[in-house]
Design a binder for this molecule. Sequence first.
Ligand code: ACM
Ligand code: ZN
Length: 578
Amino acid sequence: MCSSIDNLIFFVMRAITLFCFVMAMTISCCRNSDLSICPDIVPFPQEMTLSRGTFDVAGASIIVSEELDGLSKKYIADFASHLSEITGVKEGTSRNRIVFMREESMQPSCDSTFFKVDQSYSIDISRRSVLVKAGSMNGFVYAVQTLKQMLPVEIYGTGQASDAEWTLPCCTVKDSPRFGYRGMLLDVSRYFSTVDEIKKFIDMMEISKMNVFHWHLTDDQGWRIEIKKYPELTATGSKRRHTLVGHHHVSNTYDGRPYGEGMWYSHEQVREVVDYAASKGITVIPEIDLPGHMMGALAAYPELGCTGGPYEVWGKWGISNDVLCAGKDASYVFLKNVLEEVCELFPSEYIHIGGDECPKTRWEMCPRCQAMIAELGLIDDERHSAEHYLQSHVMKQMSDFLAERGKKILCWEEVLQGEVAPGATVMAWRKNKYGHQAARLGHDAVMTTRTHLYLDRYQSEDKGNEPLAHSSYLPVSMVWSYDPFISEDEDAEPLTDEQKSHIIGIQSNVWREYIPNNNHLEYMVYPRMAAVAEVQWLMPENKDWSRFRKGLDKMRRVYDIMGYGYALHVWNEEQIPE
Ligand code: ACM
Ligand code: ZN
């Protein structure tokens, strides 16, 4: 009896000693931890605990559980073959193992259920094994990205780098995104991006653990997606006579050079981009901006405007008074035919149908629009005009049409001026408060608030030494500090938890009025996109500026190795932009 109590005491003491020893060897890598040992990962995982020791990666066997879907298997196989190539050691030549397995219903620390997909993952690294668990392709993508960021930066290159130290730190990571929807918008109407340039943009979205590429395909300055039923959209609507030089509020000068010949995407190219993005867990959401921002379409089919034209594809920036006529049946037929082709091309559940900046000037004067208003019984009220309700009617028609095809609409916040179509997701762009208004009405909202998330803004207060950009100043630190729940209305009640759950995501927008080519684009986008990623992914209580700032130093090396341009302001260096 006595000896069994002694044994028990001995056992408990051993357990306590072992526990203390393990605790001394592990360090939580969240806020305020020792940055010198913290891996440089952007966006940083929600939870990371380091322990002593490393895992040798070169030659490890990569074991993938049978039950994984084909896309996940392919993604991991590509990672494995890249690892062999870069390390110069064939897979399976050491006793070490990296195991990928499926684990359903891991508990996300936040709302990460956008697209009804569990986006969480975990990684457990010990000296002999790495165990990666996720419930979906997206989780595996994010796990692989975290592993890559913990490896030597040479992993981002293409040439063999056998001299690098191919180890991973022993640690555990438990991670899931703060927001289910994490997007980037690219405007290809004002200035065009080739398919290769878009793929390069998507590659950095993948590294940044983003999951939505919002492709702004049509606007006043050029229609850029092939619609087989309306060939003039691209034949005529993609080309403009000339382009404004300087800021649109002050300049009246044009460059005299035609722009846009051949600058549109065929169905084949669209599919190529959609498939490429899907192979990285990224959904492409196309935007057909309607019923305003339609000069590309009106130049091609003037009969769709209120006055009948003639119209030309705009060479200037701003908001056109000429919009699609909402009183002609032909306009609705046109929009539905266009959206029909769009639905066939894009598997995304969401289709963006614009709705922003649609002046009502023409509709007020147009007999057909007024007849439609009378027929629908629309009247002015204390909040909105009959013409605003006419726009709601257009949006609702498109929403119903898309719903029949299993799609949901995304639209800009102006849809709040009237009746929002049932089930519409609202994209707030001027102020947070419009996203909050949508959430209070029970609509989902994605926040793209321009003060903090429009990457066409200046990166320095010394604007004279910067390339022409849009109005205000937006440094990396300001992007990083964005808070979607702050309201510009001081008197506004805070959102309830239920209302907050309608804020499903954050997106940054790259409008191109002042971004004519890809070098300039990269100068505007990087490294601010890294700050966007951290805002989208990380819970506010897990953010740490010093850790992020150190992570950017690593990101800069990634940009260098992968051939991305970037702005240097955050590194406080002089840069002569192109
Ligand atoms: C927008 O910036 N007009 C959505
Ligand atoms: Zn009209």
